[in-house]
Design a protein around this ligand. Structure first.
Ligand code: PEP
Ligand code: MN
Length: 337
């Protein structure tokens, strides 16, 4: 249930209103937006007589029931777009932000060469997996802690903020210098991990699970935000369907719907969504057209030799050309690129 407050509501009265509900056992979310200020109640609100509250509380303009299970990430509760700032980059609002880099960090030379190149092309954040969730236990599992060290060096050289995937909560300390903690598709419903990253004071990139609904993605984001961390970036990275000619099926409707239902920024991963290098540019452009706040793209200095996901990785020139095209389109979409 959300109460929209009158524009002139005094802060002391708002504080008392919130305290009264909390005393009755409800949790509250207080949200100050550009259009209005709202107080959302979380708990069993079925018994509350909405009209009675509106008629007997002079600071309340109107109230409405929120039927969705997600509250903190719900746009009804928080009308303005959340904008997440990382170093010099911003994600959400009017920005279109591209994160790029290899699927996996392979060597210091590899990651620094890629970092310099994607930065020149306009990427604002460097991606690179150090801990890799692989289907086969015999496949390359990532450079692990050493990979994080290599990322750190690339950051020192380029000043690009870093995004890298965490696999479980025991790794949290290792991620101190990683600017955005990525929760991969396979961990989207690892609720213990979601609660732990919810205690961090840094952004979390939450990827949609391979076979998870839009609502489940929002509920996973709700875990993080309700644990205290409101810096969540949602990522549509394709879902499993009956189609076999692409690695996954990019759900563009999800992007548009997520933007309507939630105030959180939404980015698209056209690399994992397609699994095919030649599809990455058209899907990236489609993502921008449908209203995404940015992209996460796999780019490699030698895709043919990549230890992971080479077939879907752009080489550095291809990445550069794509960025040129996106830059032109960003003008039409009124996005800050
Ligand atoms: C990745 O970003 O390299 C990755 C493993 O992505 P996902 O979790 O979406 O499969
Ligand atoms: Mn990958």
């Amino acid at each position: 249930m959300v109460f929209i407050l009158k524009p002139n509501a005094a802060k002391e009265k708002i504080d008392k209103f919130i305290a009264d509900w909390e005393q009755k056992g409800f949790s509250t979310i207080y949200s100050v937006g550009t259009e209005h200020t709202a107080v959302c109640l979380i708990g069993n609100t079925a018994e509350i007589d909405l009209d009675h509250v509106v008629n007997t509380t002079d600071i309340v303009d109107y109230g409405k029931r929120i039927t969705e299970q997600y509250k903190a990430v719900n746009r009804t509760v928080h009308e303005d777009n959340t904008i997440i700032n990382v170093g010099c980059a911003s994600i959400g609002g009017g920005f279109f932000t591209v994160m790029a880099g290899p699927c996996s960090v392979e060597s210091r030379e590899q990651i620094t060469e890629i970092a310099h190149s994607v930065k020149k092309s306009g990427a604002k954040i460097l991606r690179g997996g150090a801990f890799k969730p692989r289907t086969s236990p015999y496949a390359f599992q990532g450079k692990q802690a050493e990979g994080l060290d290599m990322l750190r060096i690339a950051k020192q050289e380029t000043e690009l903020p870093l995004v890298s995937e965490i696999m479980n909560q025991t790794q949290i300390e290792l991620f101190e210098d990683i600017d955005i903690v990525q929760i991969g598709a396979r961990n989207m419903q690892n609720f213990d991990l979601l609660k732990e990253v919810g205690k961090l004071k840094k952004p979390v990139l939450l990827k949609r699970g391979l076979a998870n609904t839009i609502e489940e993605l929002l509920m996973s984001a709700e875990y993080i935000v309700s644990s205290g961390n409101d810096q969540v970036i949602l990522c549509e990275r394709g879902i499993r369907t009956f189609e076999t000619m692409t690695r996954n099926t990019l759900d563009l409707a999800a992007v548009a719907l997520l933007k309507q239902k939630s105030h959180l920024p939404v980015i698209v991963d056209p690399s994992h969504a397609s699994g095919i290098r030649s599809l990455v540019p058209p899907l990236a452009k489609a993502a921008m057209a449908v209203g995404a706040d940015g992209l996460i793209i796999e780019a490699h200095n030698n895709p043919a030799k990549a230890l992971c996901d080479g077939a879907q990785s752009l080489d550095l020139e291809q990445f550069h050309s794509l960025m040129e095209e996106l830059r032109k389109r960003a003008v039409i979409e009124s996005k800050i690129f």
